[in-house]
Design a protein around this ligand. Structure first.
Ligand code: NAP
Length: 286
């Protein structure tokens, strides 16, 4: 059996209809997992689930279901955990991937309500999501992968609240690793650098050549780069790893601040609600 085999595992992925999450559910299904595809929109979740069924289902047995959940809602987070466990009789893997980024700009200009929203929804709500899945993972091992960010490892001046929330996720992984070990559950954080996705286009960092120039490996990352790290941590291959933060950034977090490169595109989008701009972001990617 492959060390990376996920047959009979049940994986729940938030923010799974686009970008990193979409790439991750594809690879989880390819490695044998049954998958709960989640994002805010049920229709989009169902569409991705149907694509996974079509690609990886066997003999008409469903291997994927869509369950809408806005990670801004604690009620929906509870419901996601309950519904996912019900659909596939338990949960083995959680990929807490969805995030919000409603403000980009200088820290001093960050409105108080947005600062609080970014911290609460990206950090506290993911903590609640981990708590909600825990009982469904107990006694079957389990792996939680929090999707952090390069911004949580090194400061980005125009993304302060987001950076702090993402740094918090790395520490949340360390804290929960300790606590959840008694249930045999591993908790880790994967911190992507610039990855080609809808949100990276939206925030103006989809200028590939400039972004690639700031990366020691000289390329922008792909969703598969992150998916590979998730598969490792979720499978037997990574089962003795817990409480770590794994940068998936082409080496960028290892650079000195002067060489790290700040996305200039962020400045153009100060005060824009990036969640509301999702359609134009998708268009920009095409
Ligand atoms: N791309 C990068 O360069 C990069 C770098 C570092 C870290 N990250 C992190 O990687 C994760 C994924 O980013 P991405 O670039 O792949 O994003 P993306 O391409 O914009 O996709 C975002 C996904 O999340 C869903 N979503 C948005 N708001 C949500 C909410 N409130 N509740 C639940 N789902 C929500 C979206 O679907 P709906 O709109 O239908 O809800 C979509 O499926 C995020 O945590 C981000 O911080 C990304």
């Amino acid at each position: 059996m492959s060390l990376f085999d996920l047959s009979n595992k049940v994986a729940v992925v938030t923010g799974a209809t686009k970008g990193i999450g979409r790439g991750t559910v594809e690879r989880l299904a390819e490695h044998g997992a049954r998958v709960v595809v989640s994002s805010r929109h049920q229709v989009a979740c169902d569409k991705v689930a149907a694509e996974l069924d079509e690609g990886y289902g066997k003999n008409g047995v469903r291997i994927a279901h869509g369950v809408a959940c806005d990670i801004e809602s604690l009620e929906q987070i509870e419901q996601l955990a309950e519904r996912a466990a019900e659909l596939f009789d338990g949960i083995d893997v959680l990929v807490a991937n969805a995030a919000i980024l409603p403000f980009v700009g200088p820290s001093a200009h960050t409105p108080t309500d947005l600062f609080e929203r970014i911290l609460t929804k990206n950090l506290h709500n993911n903590f609640r999501l981990c708590q909600a899945v825990r009982p469904h993972m107990a006694n079957r091992g389990g792996s939680i992968v929090l999707i952090g960010s390069l911004a949580g490892l090194v400061p980005f001046p125009t993304l302060m609240a987001y950076s702090i929330a993402k740094a918090g996720l790395a520490h949340l992984a360390r804290c929960l690793a300790d606590e959840f070990a008694s249930d045999g559950i591993t908790v880790n954080c994967v911190s992507p650098g610039s990855i080609r996705s809808a949100s990276s286009a939206r925030s103006g960092v989809d200028e590939d050549s400039r972004r690639a120039a700031a990366v020691p490996l000289k390329r922008v990352g792909e969703p598969d780069d992150v998916a590979g790290a998730v598969i490792y941590l979720a499978s037997t291959a990574g089962s003795y790893v817990t409480g770590v933060t794994l940068p998936v950034d082409g080496g960028r977090s290892r650079l000195s601040p002067a060489n790290r490169g700040v996305p200039t595109g962020h400045r153009r989008l100060w005060d824009v609600d990036l969640n509301d701009a999702s359609e134009s972001a998708d268009e920009a990617l095409e």
